[in-house]
Design a protein around this ligand. Structure first.
Ligand SMILES: *[C@@H]1O[C@H](CO)[C@@H](O)[C@H](O)[C@H]1NC(C)=O
Ligand SMILES: *[C@@H]1O[C@H](CO)[C@@H](O)[C@H](O)[C@H]1NC(C)=O
Ligand SMILES: *[C@@H]1O[C@H](CO)[C@@H](O)[C@H](O)[C@H]1NC(C)=O
Ligand SMILES: *[C@@H]1O[C@H](CO)[C@@H](O)[C@H](O)[C@H]1NC(C)=O
Ligand SMILES: *[C@@H]1O[C@H](CO)[C@@H](O)[C@H](O)[C@H]1NC(C)=O
Ligand SMILES: *[C@@H]1O[C@H](CO)[C@@H](O)[C@H](O)[C@H]1NC(C)=O
Length: 652
C-alpha cells in the first residue's frame, strides 16, 4: 500500500512556496564525453525544476522584449559567439553544402549571433483556450490502411530505379493521399499538396533561457511533512546520469515533403504536418534550462534515404539536418541520443516487398544504419536501433497474404536479424559509443500472491512483451522457450545456430519505456485451451491483465492518467521492483535507462480555465514520486539506472 508519509513528503517538493523565482538550474558545459564528473543534479534542484515543468509551458508572461524587437527572418546561423559553437560550425562546414546554403533550405540550424531578437517563446498565449474535444480516430482511415493499396498487395510494386527529384515528386503524388475523406479516395488519389512548413529559418532562443514564475502554493504548510530541501536529500543522481526528454521524428519534424525526404508508411496512412513551436530551437534550450542534459530523438529513414533501399542515393540535406540538430544539442550541454527507427518504414520498401514482412528489409536497414553510423561517428554516442519492436510488429500494416496470425512473428524475425546485423556493423566499424534497442510494456504482478496460475500468466506476459526481443539479444540468441513451445516454426521462424551467435550480445545497455503495470491472471478458458485456439482473443499470450487487486476492495494498482490514454499510469509503487527484475533478467555492463516515461493530466483538454490547466497537480505528483523512486532504486536497491527520458518534449 502507498505510504501516506512518503507521498506527502514528495508533495512537499511540488507545492513549496520557497522555490527561488525564475530559477535557472546550472547545467553542464558541452561535454565531449558522456561520463562527466559534475553532472550531479540535487533532488531539491530536481524538485524545483519539475515544479516549474508543468506551468512552464503555459504560464510564462515575460514578453517585454518582444514588442520592441524585430526578428529578422533572413538571419542565418553562420556566425557564432561561444567557442563551443564555433567548433560546431567548423565541423558543419565539412559537409558538402555551405552553411549559407544550408540555412536557407533546412530548419533546425545552430545558434545565430544575436539572441536578443527572439520574441515569442512559445508558451500558450494569455486568454482561455477554447474547449475542444480531442479528435477521435477516423474509422475510414483505419479501414483504409487495412484494405487500401498497402493492406492488399503482397509487395511487388516496382518503382524502378529512377531516383531523380522528378521521380520522387511523382512518387509522393501517386501514393500519398488525404486523410479523412472516403475510403475510395485512398486509392492513388493525386494530392501533391503536402503542407510546407510556414518558415524556413530558425531563430535563436535567449540565453540564459528564462523559466516561468513559480506557481502559488497548492497546499498549506501544515500538510507538508518536511520542507522541499529536506526531501530525499541524502540521494543525488550519480555522476554522468542522463536526465532529459525524448521525441520521435514523426512528432515534430516539419519537413513532411521537404529537403528531398521520401514518404514513409506514416505519410501514406495519415497526413501529419508537424511543426516546431514559434520557429525557434527553443525546445532544446528550454530542456537545458530546466536542468536536462540529454535529448533523445528519432531520424526519418526517408529523410536520409528517400527511397529507402541500399542501392538508392543518400540525401545530403537529410544528413546535414540531423548533424545540425545533434551539434546544436551539444552546444547547449545536451547530449543527443539517436533512434534509427521509430516505426516509419519507407513507403517505397513497403510497396516493393511489404516492409518487415520480407527478409529484404534486413540489408536495406543495415545499409541505412551504416550510413548513419559513419555520418555521426563521434557526434552521436548513444544509439537505439529500434523503438518498441513488439508494438511495431503487432500494429504495422501487413501484406495481404500474411494474416495477423503470421505477420507479427515474421516481422519480429526480420527485425531481430536487422538489429543484430546493424550492431555487428557498428562494432566492426569501430563507431564510438553504445547501442541497444528500446523495450516497452511491463513484467506484471501476479493477481493473487503465491498463485501458480497467476505466476504463469506473468511469465507468459514477460515472454511475449519483453522477452521476445530481450531474450535473444541479451541472453541466449534464441526466442524465449515459452514462445517456442507455443508457436510452430511456420508461424515463428526459428533462428539457425549461426544466427543465434550473430544475435547474442548485440546490446550495450538496457532501455525500457516504463509507463504502466498490470496484475496478471490466467485466461478465462484456461491456459491450454487458449494456447490451442488461435481464435481466442487472448491468443497467443493467453493471460488476462487486470488493473485492480483480487481483494474484495479491488484497489487499483496505480493512479491512471487521462482516460483516453489508458496505457499511462503512475507506477511509482512498481518501478523499483521492475527495474531490479529487468537488470537481473537481462544483465548488461551499460546499465538500464528509463528511455520513456510520462503521464497525461486527466481531462486537461476540456478545461476552460487557464489556472486549472496550469495547475497540473497529478502530473507534478507523477514526476516527483516516480523519479523519487528511481533515486531510491539507485541508492537503496543498487540498481544501475543511468538515465531517465520523459516522454515527450513536445505534444504528440
Ligand atoms: C508577445 O508579444 C508579441 C508582440 O507584441 C505578441 O504578438 C505575442 O502574442 C506576445 N506573446 C505572448 C505570449 O503574450
Ligand atoms: C471498418 O471495418 C469494420 C470491419 O470490417 C466494419 O465493421 C466497419 O463498418 C468499417 N467502418 C467504416 C467506416 O467503413
Ligand atoms: C506473400 O507474398 C510475397 C510476395 O508475393 C511472397 O514473397 C511471400 O512468400 C508470400 N508469403 C506467404 C506467407 O505466402
Ligand atoms: C515564423 O516565421 C514566419 C516566416 O518567417 C513568420 O511569418 C511567423 O510570423 C513566425 N512565427 C512566429 C511565432 O514568430
Ligand atoms: C569511427 O571513429 C573511430 C575513432 O575515431 C575510428 O577508429 C573509426 O574508424 C571510425 N569509423 C568510421 C566508420 O568512420
Ligand atoms: C476458440 O475461441 C473462440 C473465440 O473465443 C470460441 O468461439 C471457440 O469456441 C473456441 N474454440 C474452442 C475449440 O474452444
Amino acid at each position: 500500500m502507498p505510504s501516506g508519509l512518503s507521498v506527502l513528503a514528495l508533495l512537499a517538493g511540488v507545492v513549496t512556496p520557497t522555490i527561488a523565482r525564475n530559477v535557472v538550474i546550472p547545467r553542464q558545459e558541452a561535454q565531449s564525453s558522456s561520463s562527466s564528473s559534475d553532472a550531479t543534479i540535487p533532488f531539491s534542484a530536481l524538485s524545483s525544476a519539475l515544479a516549474s515543468l508543468g506551468p512552464a509551458v503555459t504560464t510564462f508572461r515575460s514578453n517585454s522584449s518582444s514588442s520592441s524587437s524585430t526578428a529578422d527572418p533572413s538571419a542565418t546561423f553562420t556566425s557564432t559567439t561561444a567557442s563551443s559553437t564555433s567548433e560546431v560550425s567548423g565541423r558543419s562546414s565539412s559537409t558538402t553544402r555551405s552553411d549559407a546554403t544550408a540555412s536557407t533550405t533546412t530548419a533546425g540550424k545552430g545558434p545565430q549571433s544575436d539572441c536578443s531578437t527572439t520574441t515569442d517563446l512559445g508558451w500558450i498565449p494569455s486568454g482561455l483556450p477554447t474547449p475542444t474535444l480531442l479528435p477521435t480516430t477516423n474509422a475510414n482511415a483505419i479501414n483504409a490502411t487495412r484494405t487500401g493499396p498497402l493492406g492488399n498487395h503482397n509487395g511487388g510494386v516496382d518503382l524502378g530505379s529512377d531516383y531523380s527529384s522528378q521521380a520522387l515528386d511523382k512518387f509522393w503524388d501517386d501514393w500519398v493521399s488525404e486523410l479523412g475523406t472516403s475510403v475510395t479516395k485512398y486509392h492513388r488519389k493525386k494530392v501533391g499538396d503536402v503542407q510546407q512548413p510556414p518558415f524556413r529559418e530558425v531563430y535563436c532562443p535567449p540565453q540564459p533561457y528564462p523559466l516561468p514564475e513559480d506557481p502559488p502554493a497548492l497546499f498549506p504548510d501544515y500538510l507538508m511533512t518536511s520542507p522541499p530541501e529536506n526531501v530525499l536529500t541524502q540521494y543525488k543522481f550519480p555522476d554522468g546520469f542522463l536526465f532529459g526528454w525524448a521525441t520521435a521524428a514523426q512528432q515534430w519534424e516539419g519537413a513532411v515533403r521537404d529537403d528531398g525526404k521520401g514518404p514513409t508508411v506514416w505519410d501514406w496512412a495519415a497526413r501529419f504536418p508537424g511543426f516546431i513551436v514559434d520557429n525557434t530551437t527553443s525546445d532544446i534550450a528550454r530542456l537545458a534550462a530546466l536542468g536536462g542534459n540529454v535529448y533523445s530523438f528519432s531520424a526519418f529513414w526517408t529523410r536520409v534515404l528517400p527511397w529507402g533501399s541500399a542501392e538508392s542515393p543518400v540525401n545530403q540535406a537529410g544528413i546535414d539536418f540531423y548533424r545540425n540538430l545533434a551539434e546544436y544539442c551539444w552546444s547547449q550541454g545536451v547530449e543527443p541520443v539517436l533512434t534509427l527507427f521509430h516505426w516509419d518504414t519507407p513507403l517505397a520498401l513497403q510497396l516493393k516487398y511489404g516492409g518487415f514482412a520480407s527478409e529484404d528489409i534486413i540489408d536495406d536497414y543495415v545499409n541505412y544504419a551504416e550510413t548513419m553510423f559513419t555520418a555521426y561517428n563521434g557526434t552521436i554516442k548513444k544509439w537505439v536501433t529500434f523503438n518498441e519492436p513488439v508494438v511495431f510488429c503487432s500494429q504495422s500494416t501487413f501484406p495481404g497474404n500474411l494474416t495477423s496470425l503470421y505477420y507479427p512473428y515474421t516481422c519480429s524475425y526480420h527485425l531481430t536479424l536487422a538489429h543484430a546485423k546493424a550492431v555487428r556493423r557498428f562494432r566492426e566499424l569501430n563507431i564510438q559509443g553504445e547501442i541497444a534497442f528500446k523495450s516497452d510494456n511491463f513484467i506484471g504482478v501476479p493477481w493473487r500472491e503465491g498463485n501458480e496460475d497467476d505466476q504463469r500468466g506473468v511469465d507468459r506476459h514477460e515472454a511475449y512483451q519483453i522477452g521476445i526481443f530481450a531474450e535473444p539479444i541479451y541472453n541466449s540468441g534464441d526466442w524465449p522457450q515459452i514462445i517456442k513451445d507455443d508457436l510452430p516454426p511456420e508461424i515463428l521462424p526459428r533462428f539457425t545456430d549461426e544466427q543465434k551467435e550473430l544475435i547474442k550480445g548485440t546490446a550495450d545497455f538496457f532501455a525500457i519505456d516504463g509507463y504502466r503495470v498490470g496484475y496478471v491472471t490466467a485466461p478465462p478458458a484456461g491456459f491450454e485451451a487458449c494456447i490451442a485456439n488461435t481464435s481466442d482473443p487472448l491468443w497467443p499470450v493467453c493471460n488476462q491483465v487486470n488493473f485492480y487487486e483480487s481483494t474484495p476492495y479491488a484497489w487499483g494498482l496505480a493512479d491512471f492518467a487521462d482516460p483516453r490514454v489508458p496505457w499511462l499510469q503512475n507506477t511509482w509503487r512498481y518501478i523499483r521492483g521492475f527495474l531490479k527484475d529487468l537488470t537481473q533478467r537481462y544483465p548488461t555492463n551499460g546499465g538500464i535507462y528509463l528511455s520513456e516515461f510520462g503521464f497525461a493530466e486527466p481531462e486537461e483538454n476540456e478545461q476552460a480555465y487557464k489556472y486549472i490547466v496550469t495547475t497540473d497537480t497529478k502530473r507534478e505528483l507523477y514526476f516527483l514520486s516516480y523519479l523519487g523512486e528511481v533515486l531510491k532504486a539507485i541508492h537503496e536497491d543498487g540498481t544501475d539506472v543511468r538515465g531517465t527520458f520523459a516522454w515527450s518534449l513536445v505534444d504528440k
